[in-house]
Ligand binder design. Sequence first.
Ligand code: GLA
Length: 730
Amino acid sequence: MAVYYCKEKQTFTLQTKKSTYQMKVDDHGVLLHTYFGSVMDGSDLSYVIAKRDRGFSGNPADSIYQREYSLDCLPQEYPVFGNGDFRIDGFCMQGESGACSCDLRYRDYTIYEGKYHLEGLPALFADKEDKTVSTLEVVLKDQFSELYVRLLYGVFEETGAITRSVIVENHTGKPVQLHRVLSACVDFDRSDLEMIHFYGKHTLERQFECQPLMHGISGIRSTRGTSSHQHNPFVILKEKHTTEDVGGCYGFSLLYSGGFEAKVEVDQSDTARFLMGIEEENFCYTLEDKETFTAPEVCMIYTDKGMTDLSHCYHDTYMKHLIRSWWKDKKRPVLVNNWEATYFDFNAEKLLAIAKEAANLGLDMMVLDDGWFGKRDSDNSGLGDWFVNEEKLGCSLKELVDKINAMGLKFGIWFEPEMISEDSDLYRRHPEWAFKIPGREPVRSRNQLVLDFSRKDVREYVEERLYAIMDSANIEYIKWDMNRSINDVYSALLPPSRQGEVLHRYVLGLYEVTEHLLQRYPKLLLEGCSGGGGRFDAGMLYYAPQIWCSDNTDAIERTRIQYGTSFCYPMSSVSAHVSVCPNHQNGRVTPLKTRAICAMQGTFGYELDISKMTDEEKDEVRRQIQTYNEHYALFQFGDYYRLSSPFENQDYVAWEYAAKDKSYAVISIIFTDVHANAYPTRVRFKGLCESAVYEVRGEQYTGSALMHGGYRIGMPEGNYDSFMLYAKRV
Ligand code: GLA
């Protein structure tokens, strides 16, 4: 078991192969945070905590005349609002008196084998036989009321992950208002750290940014009801000199698909407090007596071996303990999606022409995107009317799917179940199902409104429609889209005092519908999407093993988006397609080869009208698919290495996949600038066996040579040229 309780010292120590984490109950019953870092022996580290009267830092009631004892200065596991700690905190409640105050002290603990489960929320899991995963639950109680807070810790010894969640239990006999229930707090006894986060916008998600911590509060958040394009719920805190290969870094990934926040405060004593959880601006939850509230899970990983190792730990953890899909260990179908090929302008004939060519070239699946239902020839109408538009198609869905299946292709379809168009039969019947504040015109976005997924009747309607379509034809894949940020949050079924719960209930509703869908169709391949990567988060991965990474399909901008995505999320979850040139989003022209190499960084497919390609292009596509099919296992399950940063290196982007058994590896490199009188570029392999011999382009080299000396690849024949370089153990 990786959780150790020392009765004498009152310490709890969590041990993984990567890190040690420790907390301690002090003489006042406060749960202190004493360590998170490289593996150490588990000695009680509370002796290093500096206790001094710092002035204007108050003393709790049980330490009167002990001026050096202040919660304002102590590192804590779960700091709360209103007990004399003036830093940012994880928990704020308002009790019967109307005052916001609480003071949590230690009550009890439990340790058990296996991983805790969170009702209705995504969470990491462990197989029953897996003895390397364990749970610690620590119970805290408010000094002044019967309010209990359970802190949950899941410890994954092998992959280094430590998860956290919080369950609040109300036994006060009265309702309490929860204004803030964040999921994790880590107090660092230092502030010389840098924060890496991944910001962006629609069609340019997860852009890398790194900045030193500053005094005061810095952080990121999404108030959009989704995890968002603008910020991703994944943050790294790293030491200044940490690189891809060496140094200490902490990852924090939130398993939640709604609004979130992640923030750090550097305080008067130069310590830093990190917090992460549900965004509080849109949150106020009334917890009735005897009710519980569960905060979503955070997955924390520390390694002292650099950021590549951090990413490997996340990828391995999420592949083994988060993604459940039937598809997770299987080769994903190479698909063609008709969106950029036809947009809304299609009928069965056009679709079948694409499918015919797709089958010809060796693809596995045809996906029918937006526009097949209701009245939907533009994005102004039809959402909610999930009835096949047979008039537009010219046949029934079953007829279309049967024909596509007969060509040897699987079939997938697009849905946007959380949305409603005002110009739809559903809206005309149920205007109260859309988020709208009574008496006000709502904020529209893409001319659509958001369905109130906190309502059971709404969820039941959506499930009934999804199942009806699913049962009508042989559908093996769904692209689940969500195309706006949420505004006018108001649920007609909840009283005014509970409107602050709606967004969280919406997310729970989304998880419930998705869960039901997967239970009913366990072999369904679900692809997440929100205008591309607007909901690319670990919460979604629990349901969808792959997510459409961005609506931007330009190979060059994609290298940056996929680079940022790779820090936390397994590359098999990164859905990436080859599209036409000039690119529809930015007009850039890149070689077909480069577009394919870029798309093979993730789960591979096409998004163009294959039937319009030249014979030469078709031959190239055929070869690309052969390459992907030959090496998919490496791309899906190999260790991923970022060999250069597109945010630093203006000349090229390079990355590598290495098989876990080190038997072979492939480096991909895309040139992003070219120079006169240039010198051929050298790349160094990573993750090979030093002493083994590998063959690269017909010549033999030791792993050692390829990793230390590297390999000189040819000169690019023009800008945006690209290469793949294989090293196979002989
Ligand atoms: C979103 C998706 C696209 C496409 C369109 C359809 O923007 O990200 O891939 O499905 O919706 O409307």
